[in-house]
Design a protein around this ligand. Structure first.
Ligand SMILES: CC(C)(COP(=O)(O)OP(=O)(O)OC[C@H]1O[C@@H](n2cnc3c(N)ncnc32)[C@H](O)[C@@H]1OP(=O)(O)O)[C@@H](O)C(=O)NCCC(=O)NCCS
Length: 161
């Protein structure tokens, strides 16, 4: 199937809003109603749930699984090889981002971690560890903070029932 037909399928059948110059691998699975910003790459066999927003300039390589209604800010970089090298083989370490999580602009996610449900990651953070459900972590290396964001997200969820 040509890239042009795949784009039409994503737009008209899956209702995905995709801006110009994205690079979405044919093997990536993207859920209904997602928005994908320009210059973002979604790699081989990546899974993205429904209703996610992926900003511009986001890199999501093979080995990443993203749940439903996840926000990925612009310029977020995810990784999949812990000890990368230009030559020889490489080893994939999987990363999971669970439903409702939000990753702030420019964050870097080191491979092998799980970001919990409705967790929040501050802009520019470097995530090295698993993030428990509902917590907000910021900085390099990312550490837990008590954030207004967390309470805003909780209030929104309560309002939505
Ligand atoms: C994480 C975030 C929601 C925190 O907001 P908040 O709850 O209002 O918290 P505050 O701004 O009061 O910060 C609380 C503390 O965390 C620190 N902090 C907040 N965000 C940080 C970040 N991204 N990186 C490093 N430290 C951060 C603050 O410096 C402050 O530290 P202090 O108590 O020692 O002074 C916000 O800073 C953030 O990064 N939002 C994401 C924005 C974004 O990427 N949007 C994408 C759409 S374009």
């Amino acid at each position: 199937m040509s890239e042009w037909i795949r784009r039409l399928y994503r737009k008209h059948i899956l209702g995905i809003r995709e801006y110009k110059y994205t690079n979405i691998y044919p093997t990536a699975e993207i859920g209904r109603g997602c928005v994908i910003g320009s210059y973002s790459e979604i790699g081989d066999k990546v899974k993205v749930g429904f209703g996610c927003k992926v900003g511009a300039y986001v890199f999501i390589p093979k080995g990443i699984t993203i749940g439903n209604e996840v926000f990925i800010g612009p310029g977020v970089t995810m990784t999949n090889d812990y000890y990368p090298k230009a030559t020889g083989g490489w080893q994939l370490r999987e990363t999971i981002i669970k439903d409702g999580a939000s990753v702030g602009a420019g964050a870097t996610i080191r491979c092998g971690v799980t970001i919990g449900k409705n967790a929040g990651i501050g802009a520019g953070s470097v995530v090295l560890n698993d993030i428990p459900d509902g917590e907000v972590w910021v900085g390099n290396p990312a550490r837990k903070i008590e954030s207004k964001w967390k309470y805003n997200m909780e209030l929104e969820r309560e309002a939505a029932g």
